[in-house]
Structures are given as C-alpha cells and as structure tokens.
Design a binder for this molecule. Structure first.
Ligand SMILES: O=P(O)(O)OC[C@@]1(O)O[C@H](CO)[C@@H](O)[C@@H]1O
Length: 391
C-alpha cells in the first residue's frame, strides 16, 4: 500500500498556499512595478500576468522562449490549461517567477534584459543599518570559545533565513518575527561530527536561499569552516536568475562580498578570506538551472547527483529548499527526516526557519506543545527554526 501523503496544492481558500497564489503574487507584481520604471509594453505584460495568475489558467511559455523545452519537461505540457490553484503549489509558485521574469523582459534583448526586478529591494536590505549592526557584531566573535564561535556562525546562517523579502510581504506587520525560541529539532551535534577540525572535509556544498542578510551569514559560515580547516573546498549553489523575490544569484554573491570587504573590523577579514578562497578555487559559486526547477530535489539531474554524492555534507538553506528536499507533501510531522531523505546521494543537512506547512522529523511532544501554544501558526510564522541532518 502506498502511504506517501498527497502533494500540497494551492486550492483551499483560507490556507497559506492559496493566499500566496491569490494575494502574495499580485502584491509581488505591484512591488515590481514600483521598483523600476518599466515602460508601457512591460506594464501591459504585467497586467496580463496578473490576470492570468489570478483569473486565468496556466499558459505554456511563448514559442520563442529560450527555456520552453526545459519547462515542457518540467511540467508545462502536463499543467497547461489548468487553474494555477489546481496544480502542485511548488510548481505554480516557481512558474509564477519564471512568468514574471518573462513579463519584465529579463530574457529578451532590450533595456531590461538581465535586470533583476528585485535588486532595488535586495540592495536596500544589504545597505541597511541592520546589516551594519550584524557586521559589527562579528568583532565580538574573537572573544568567544571555539565551540561558541561555531555555534554563533551556524545559528547566524540558520536565523538569517528569516530575512526573506517575499516572506515579509505576508507577515502581519510587514516584518518577520523577532526573538529566537529553542529549535524545534536540533541535529547540530551530527552536523559538527561530519565536519571535524581535522582531517578537513574534502567538499562542502551549501545550497543557498536568500541574498542579503541571509547570504552574508552563509558566506561567513563558509569562511569560518574554510579558515578553521574543517573544510578543504566549498561549492555555493545559487540561482541562475532572480527567483522567489530575494533568492541569491551570482550578482548577489558579488554584492555581499563587496559589502563585507568595505566594512570595518572583522567583517572585512571574512570578506578577504572569501575573496582569496574564490580566487584560488577553494570556494566556487555554481548557478545550475535545476536550482530554479519547480520540482523536488529527488528529480535532480545526474551532474548534481554526482557532485552531492562526493560532498562530505550538503547543507540546504531555507524553507523552499526544505520543501524541495522532503517533497512538498502533507507529511505527518513525526515522519522521520532520514526516511524522507534516504534517496539523497550523500549526507544532507537542512537549516530552515518554518514558513510553510510542510514539516518532518518532529518528536510527538514538540508537535503537541507547539500546537497547544499556537494552533497551526508555528508552521508558517517564520518564528521557529530547525537543524536536521541525515548522515
Ligand atoms: O525559501 P525561503 O526564502 O525560506 O522561504 C520562501 C517562502 O517565503 O516562500 C514560500 C511561499 O511563497 C514559502 O515556502 C516560504 O514562506
């Protein structure tokens, strides 16, 4: 008997996925219109997308789209003609961002080719006083014990996942929740045991999520692990094009590096470490097309499978990567994390704040306590976090 629970759709009014499709996506279209002075042709394309994604059905990509065939393989042949709310939520969200980039002319020769519609918001965050504060806090790390420093940098990367610009559009007061309650699952001991101080792990892969205030602590963690000799080589996976509002692209990596190297104090030396690691090849940045695929990682192509099989550890950051890792399904929360990730080609860790319904690997007591205190809100509020590891 097949006991795999159903994939999450966006078809139930009152649920978080439904609100993303019917409220968040229109709000993102407005945000994009306000961010850059798109001309009448682009405004009309955005009008058409707004109509399509709220009142229309899924349309295939135009015949001349460079990635039309890729998207046919990824699902447009199956889902074209269906309402956006009736297909897997993971798929419809991802397709929305592809269509948005099409509407603003990101892929077509002309003024807007290659212009990230989310860049103004990303830069504002990167240059904010909050980022200044986070960078100056690095000066205090030298006074900590090695274990405390490890923990501070790991938790910096974990909680950096709250800094998600798309998520803030939906947070009740426009900001993500503050405070850091205990983790709902914490396998950090297993994570550190995979990355002992010696011998150095030959390869760490980190699959990044958001730019700005999440990417900076991700880079700091990588610099720390390289600097400590826990890791010989690291590959940072980012998105090949703008995605889910604030997801990191190669351009965002360069912006983050610039931010670190122009900061005073310890931040600058972390930036210098990263610069040196990039130039001598100990750190590589990769932007694979599958990073923007609307599919679970279980369907990863052979080259990624091969790389992640070689890695001592692959760390996946954030909510969307978690959904893609465990499958965006209605798992009972106590389903074993190791059971749903047993197909992953090597040891894998998830560092995630909880921003959507899907969850695995909780113990029954934790689930009961969270639900008693908050109803189901703990699943989506972004105020809880986890570190889960499968060796
Ligand atoms: O992956 P991230 O940045 O942590 O979160 C992405 C997110 O904001 O977008 C989705 C809803 O659009 C949810 O999975 C989640 O809330």
């Amino acid at each position: 008997m097949d006991v795999t629970p159903p994939v999450i759709l966006g078809d139930e009014p009152g649920t978080f996925p439904y609100s993303v499709l019917t409220e968040r996506h229109p709000a993102i279209i407005d945000q994009v219109r306000a961010a850059l002075p798109y001309g009448p042709d682009r405004q009309a394309a955005l009008d058409a997308l707004l109509h399509d994604c709220t009142k229309g059905v899924i349309e295939p990509l135009p015949a001349d789209a460079h990635d039309r065939d890729r998207w046919r393989e990824w699902g447009t042949d199956t889902y074209a003609g269906r309402p956006w709310t009736d297909v897997p939520w993971l798929w419809s969200e991802s397709y929305f961002y592809r269509r948005l980039l099409g509407a603003v002319g990101y892929f077509t020769p002309g003024t807007w080719q290659g212009v990230d519609p989310f860049r103004p918001a990303k830069l504002a965050e990167l240059d904010s006083p909050e980022t200044d504060e986070e960078l100056s806090a690095l000066d205090g790390l030298a006074a900590l014990s090695p274990d405390e420093r490890d923990r501070a940098l790991l938790h910096g990367s974990l909680w950096g996942n709250r800094a998600d610009l798309g998520f803030r559009l939906s947070a009740a007061d426009g900001t993500a929740a503050s405070g850091t309650p205990p983790l709902v699952a914490d396998d950090s001991a297993a994570l550190w045991s995979l990355l002992p101080p010696a011998p150095a792990a030959p390869l760490l892969c980190l699959i990044a999520d958001n730019a700005g205030r999440e990417l900076i602590p991700d880079l700091l963690l990588i610099a720390h692990l390289l600097g400590q000799g826990r890791v010989e080589r690291a590959v940072l996976h980012v998105k090949p094009h703008p995605y889910f509002v604030s997801d990191a692209t190669p351009a965002d990596v360069l912006d983050a590096l610039r931010r670190l190297r122009t900061a005073p104090g310890a931040a600058r030396s972390y930036g210098d470490t990263l610069w040196a690691a990039l130039t001598d090849g100990r750190l590589a940045v990769r932007a694979h097309p599958f990073s923007c695929a609307p599919l679970p990682y279980e369907r990863m192509p052979g080259d990624l499978r091969e790389e992640w099989a070689r890695a001592t550890l692959t760390i996946l950051k954030g909510d969307l990567n978690y959904r893609r890792l465990v499958g965006d399904r209605k798992w009972p929360p106590t389903t074993g994390f190791a059971d749903v990730t047993d197909w992953f080609p090597g040891p894998v860790a998830a560092l995630r704040t909880l921003k959507s319904e899907v969850i695995t690997g909780l113990d029954a007591g934790t689930e009961t306590a969270l639900t008693a205190a908050e109803g189901q809100r703990w699943r989506t509020s972004g105020s809880h976090a986890l570190i889960q590891v499968r060796r």
